[in-house]
Write a protein that binds this ligand. Structure first.
Ligand code: CMC
Length: 459
């Protein structure tokens, strides 16, 4: 099927410009038949660049990690449908698949598990960094700063020159990101930071570090562990989203893995991206507390002057449904039933979805629930506070960031990411010294005498 598609299409596109120049531009075809016009030589040939604010139609790279078909609601990691991965893998297996391209063998799995365990604790003197943040600092701020700081504790990790070293640094990062996340929560609530345990698996260990106390051990339920595993798998990668593109951008300048991932955490924080999960739960709380009906809230969203969005709705790529949202919605029902929780926010979310999907505003713009719409309800059921939601997204996405960093690092043809722009500022201006500038400015803004009440005296 793919081969036919490749054969069927023209191998280059020709572009005729207003000045009569013609450019022949190669067509690049992906595994699934998706097509791109390679414009990398366009400027050299014609003097023109392409302009695509917000990158709505720009492929920034070729990547072998994740495939999305936004029309069909398809998401695959390394060729495997997300539904299969979600059903059969642990988060760590999914992470290994995302990073190395194949599902791990039993030996690879246990080897990686061992290095994760060995690297789970933070250096003792590293722990003092948490105390340097003011009380109630946002955990995303702590996390981004401390992932970057980790590099100073791993000097050999600055240059990765073998597969073994890449595996060690990746495992260190994945393991410590989780420890930093839990520690940032503990420090934000003024509780002692909990050491990781060597007998627990990745997700249980995280829940232990989040909820155990020095005098009381927390043992997560199987349902809670399963739900968090699923959450992390669904967030492990998502091709060239805002944070992953940031990681690739930083990596392209040959920044180290820690610095690149720290930049990804910063990019993820925004409410249009990973911060949307926190924003969704805040929106549901607002609706509940205000006593507003879901119809009234939707009416506010539709009133463009309100500046309100239906958080957890819409996606640049998915135009019919987000497969992650469907999986999470079912998981949310299962978890709340298993834990016997009746969270009124889930009912509000369901109602909002129903009202929105029957409304032409959303239908005509092809806006559907995204991954963040139900994820906050799951995390709340696990006892995780809203300011930690994006942090947990970051733990999952670390796998994808590492995989994308590796693609840049391993590609000898990789070049620094350096987009161009169309300059729309002032044209060249004549230089004036300060006196001339002040004189010119006061003349420029001189109020006509007839309009002035002070008789022409400049204040
Ligand atoms: N509520 C109300 N209107 C919306 C929404 C929304 N959630 N999303 C998009 N629209 C409208 C938007 O105002 C625009 O209308 P018009 O054409 O009349 O100007 C139209 O739909 C197209 O939207 P857009 O903002 O041009 O689309 P985009 O591709 O630039 O933005 C988005 C995608 C996800 C940032 C946006 O849909 C949004 O802000 N959603 C809410 C935030 C959110 O849930 N973000 C999480 C995304 S999934 C997790 C991740 O991968 O980061």
């Amino acid at each position: 099927m793919t081969e036919n598609l490749v054969d069927d299409i023209t191998q280059s596109a020709s572009l005729t410009l207003p000045d009569g120049q013609r450019a022949d531009l190669p067509i690049v075809v992906g595994t699934e038949g998706e097509r791109a016009i390679d414009i990398s030589k366009l400027r050299a040939q014609t003097g023109y660049i392409t302009l695509d604010d917000g990158y709505t139609n720009t492929g920034s790279c070729q990547s072998a990690i994740t495939y999305i078909d936004g029309e069909a609601g398809i998401l695959r990691y390394r060729g495997y449908p997300i539904e299969d991965i979600a059903k059969h893998c642990s988060f760590i297996e999914a992470a290994q698949l995302v990073i190395w391209g194949e599902l791990p063998s039993p030996d690879q799995r246990s080897h990686f598990s061992d290095i994760l365990t060995e690297n789970s604790a933070l250096p003792e003197d590293f722990r003092r960094h948490f105390a340097a943040f003011p009380p109630h600092a946002h955990p995303m701020s702590i996390m981004s700063a401390l992932i970057n700081a980790l590099q100073s504790y791993d000097l050999p990790g600055l240059t990765i020159d073998s597969d073994e070293e890449f595996e060690r640094v990746s495992a260190t990062l994945m393991s410590k990101v989780r420890t930093i996340a839990a520690a940032s929560y503990k420090s934000s609530i003024g509780e002692p930071i909990i050491y990781p345990r060597y007998d627990l698996r990745y997700v249980e260990n995280f829940l232990h570090m989040m909820f155990s106390r020095p005098y009381r051990n927390f043992v997560p339920t199987a349902e809670a562990t399963r739900a968090l595993n699923l959450f992390l798998i669904l967030h492990a990668d998502h091709e060239q989203n805002c944070s992953t593109s940031t990681v690739r951008m930083v990596a392209s300048g040959q920044a180290n893995l820690y610095a690149s991932v720290a930049a990804g955490v910063c990019a993820l924080w925004g409410s249009l991206h990973g911060g949307a999960n926190q924003a969704v739960i805040e929106m549901l709380d607002l609706i509940l507390e205000s006593g507003m009906s879901t119809k009234e809230y939707i009416a506010k969203v539709k009133d463009r002057s309100s500046g309100i969005k239906l958080m957890g709705f819409g996606h640049r790529v998915y135009r019919n449904f987000d497969p992650r949202s469907r999986i999470l919605k079912d998981a949310c029902d299962d978890l709340l039933n298993a834990l016997n929780i009746d969270d009124p926010r889930l009912n509000i979310a369901r109602e909002l979805e129903e009202v929105a999907l029957a409304d032409d505003y959303f239908v005509s713009r092809r806006l559907y629930p995204n991954v963040d719409f139900y994820s906050g309800t799951i995390l709340t059921a696990l006892g995780i506070p809203p300011e930690m939601f994006t942090v947990i997204f970051a733990i999952g996405r670390t796998a994808g960031w590492i995989a994308n960093w590796k693609e840049i690092h391993d590609n000898p043809a990789s070049r620094i990411y350096r987009p161009r722009q169309i300059y729309v500022g002032p044209p060249q201006r004549e230089w004036m010294n300060r006196f001339q500038r002040e004189k010119a400015t006061s003349q420029e803004f001189r109020v006509p005498d007839e309009l002035r009440s002070d008789g022409g005296v400049v204040a």
